[in-house]
Design a protein. Structure first.
Lengths: 287, 212
């Protein structure tokens, strides 16, 4: 009897240990799955980064560069999202060097040859500008931490990268993007606010005066490009968005089928206007 | 017979005199002939105008600005037009008829033109003006600008203080004309786009060139 009890107890204990092991393994499963998914994401991103890098500079994706480089933008976005902070700083260094140091090695170039050279240079410039413009905000913060505050070897290149970011958001995404068709609904106002916030962030950086770019690698009739970040542009941008948003706010009406969602849209518009006014006040010191 | 009458009615409805019949000049900008003057035809009446300025409107893009249109400013009384940055717009009060003709150097969608004009009105504190918004609705209606096409705006003042605005979009396929009645001051509101506060640096360059 005692033997049977001992045997039964042993059986329960052993089974319990297995059960505990099984339970432990099951408890660790979500973390292991997370790790696997993360590795898959990283592999997928590395693939996307490689594909995007090639695609950005393909001739067919560089045919139309102005006013908006439509064809290379999706690849620039993927590249910016999937590249590491270090990759992006190094890219800025390499491509700016390429733009400024590659020359047109023809003694008496024709107009067509000059145009072709400038277009190739503009292609690289536009791609780098688009990458800079699409870097996610948290990555920009880390790049600044590591390379500007960290005084890395790529500090100057990061100043250029940030100026390119400013140019892309201002000239491509806002001026020739959202503004060219107008802020015609609350979604466009919200996107304009989001983009202006990125410019605002750059304008308030303690080293904003060092953010700038100098491009001398084009051949006439293309001019040199020299620009340093002017913090006053942030306020001007907010004021422009405010005028357009206030105009929409007055004219806003529900479209067909939008009657149910209209109150929510009006609330979003009020929120957007509130944020715009706060940003303007913070620059002007006036409520 | 009734078919001939019907055809004539349809024909006369489809054809209108050009808003501006330009008098060719001897100079060119971007291959666009710069006129010495024009005859404006607005609602059956004719007005003689003199070209007092011309310039190139550019727009900022990545490195090299794009050329958008060659503009020509025409007025009824050239002697009373003031060619200074501060005096030009107020001197529109002295004019009975004014016109601005834009010969486009690229295709531009109507929405882009409307938005660009709206930006110009905003910086002149006219963005919420009801008559300005009525004008912008006409800009939408006359449609997109075409490369080598001409968009013309003309305003004439009546003795009773009312003003009539006409806008014409002339393309290879034909012309679309719209008119509207407005109150006193409409000519100045419209001319503010080119002679008032400027919306960007290139608008400033155009204004300076118009007043040379």
């Amino acid at each position: 009897m005692k033997g049977l009890v001992l045997l039964l107890t042993l059986a329960v204990v052993l089974t319990g240990c297995d059960a505990i092991d099984a339970a432990k393994a099951t408890k660790n499963m979500p973390k292991k799955m997370d790790d696997t998914v993360k590795k898959m994401d990283e592999t997928e991103c590395a693939l996307k980064q490689g594909i995007s890098f090639e695609a950005m500079l393909k001739e067919e994706n560089g045919r139309v560069l102005t006013p908006v480089p439509f064809d290379l933008m999706p690849f620039a976005k993927r590249f910016a999202e999937c590249s590491s902070d270090q990759d992006l700083a190094e890219l800025a260094y390499l491509w700016m060097k390429k733009i400024n140091e590659v020359t047109l090695d023809i003694p008496s170039p024709t107009e067509a040859q000059i145009e072709e050279f400038n277009h190739r240079q503009l292609h690289v410039y536009s791609a780098l500008q688009a990458v800079a413009g699409f870097i996610p905000h948290d990555k920009v913060v880390r790049i600044i931490q590591d390379h500007v505050y960290g005084s890395s070897a790529y500090q100057d290149s990061v100043f250029e990268l940030l100026m390119l970011r400013m140019q892309f958001i201002r000239d491509v995404r806002l001026e020739n993007g959202l503004f060219s068709k107008g802020l015609i609904n609350v979604g466009r106002v919200e996107l304009a606010v989001e983009l202006a916030d990125e410019v605002d962030y750059l304008a308030r950086l303690p080293f904003a005066g060092s953010i700038g770019i100098s491009v001398t690698g084009f051949v006439e009739p293309f001019p040199d490009v020299k620009e340093t970040l002017d913090p006053a542009q942030a306020l001007a941008m907010w004021q422009k968005i405010k005028m357009k948003a206030e105009r929409l706010n007055v004219d806003m009406k529900p479209g067909p089928g939008e009657e149910g969602t209209f109150p929510a849209s009006k609330a979003k518009m009020a929120q957007a206007l509130n944020k715009i006014n706060q940003r303007i006040s913070s620059w002007t010191g006036r409520p | 017979m009734k078919y001939m009458i019907l055809a004539a009615a349809i024909w006369s409805g489809a054809v209108h005199a050009d808003l501006l019949t330009l008098k060719a000049g001897s100079s060119q900008k971007e291959n666009v002939n710069i006129s010495t003057g024009a005859t404006a035809s607005i609602e059956g009446a004719s007005y003689e105008l003199t070209t007092v300025g011309s310039g190139l409107r550019k727009k900022k893009v990545v490195i090299v600005p794009v050329k958008v249109y060659v503009g020509q400013l025409l007025v009824s009384d050239a002697a009373r037009f003031v060619k200074t940055a501060q005096g030009a717009l107020p001197s529109i009060e002295n004019q009975t008829t004014v016109a601005f003709s834009m010969t486009f150097l690229r295709d531009v969608p109507a929405s882009n033109i409307k938005e660009a004009f709206h930006g110009g009105f905003d910086v002149n504190n006219l963005g919420s003006d009801a008559e300005v918004n009525a004008f912008l609705a006409l800009v939408d209606q006359v449609g997109a600008a075409e490369n080598n096409g001409t968009l013309t705006v003309a305003v004439t003042k009546a003795a009773d203080g009312s003003e009539t605005l006409a806008i014409e979009n002339k393309k290879a396929s034909g012309a679309t004309l719209k008119t509207m009645k407005a109150g006193k001051g409409m000519a100045s509101k419209i001319m503010a786009l080119w002679l008032g506060n400027v919306a960007d640096d290139y608008a400033g360059e155009l204004k300076a060139e118009l007043l040379q």
